[in-house]
Design a binder for this molecule. Sequence first.
Ligand code: B4P
Length: 196
Amino acid sequence: MTNIILLGPPGAGKGTQATRLVKERGMVQLSTGDMLREAKTSGTEMGKRVAEVMDRGELVTDEIVIGLIEEKLKAGGGAGFIFDGFPRTLAQADALNALLAKLGQKLEGAIQLVVDDEALISRIVGRADEARAAGLPVRADDNPEVFADRLRAYYKSTAPLIGYYYHAGDLFTVDGMASPDAVAGQIAAILDQQAE
Ligand code: B4P
């Protein structure tokens, strides 16, 4: 089993790369963003609380997110889990280590996608424009004002994870400014090297 984290700011391409890894390697994507968007549409009290927080560009509580991940981990991970957008805080990182240990598993690495802030903003605006043009729903948090708050939350709560995984000897860095194919190539090289 190869369990990896895709780490990076909002719009870095974590979801894009995770989708490819599912197709190409039979891994299982655990996207907390997708899980929370699903919870938002459920109409439950929890879903309503989640919607308010996400639409402001803030982070949902560790308790909710860790609970969602724990449930999915129990279902099994095929060739391995891809953690997409999780962990986003140090408490979530500690919880993930404990959950994997309980299953007799471990993490092979955290792959950091490095993208500069300007490119992130233009990707998010681009995604919203594409959805609008196709008549699809636009994510409530994909607008420049909320995006600034998402980025602030990233630097405050999630960026410290880079040091956390670096000190654990688990950090790999890829150039997330490259094309999606080139980014996928860099990730494949890391995974193949780890498998040797
Ligand atoms: P997420 O759903 O995780 O959203 P994201 O970080 O914005 O997306 P991602 O990095 O996956 O970008 P994507 O591939 O889609 O989180 C949304 C919200 O949920 C958070 O703000 C928070 O409120 C909540 N949340 C989620 N997880 C949480 C947690 N663990 N704890 C607490 N709260 C949590 O790519 C974006 C765009 O870029 C796409 O349009 C894509 O086509 C384009 N793109 C991708 N790669 C590219 C490349 N190489 N070159 C050019 N464009 C590229």
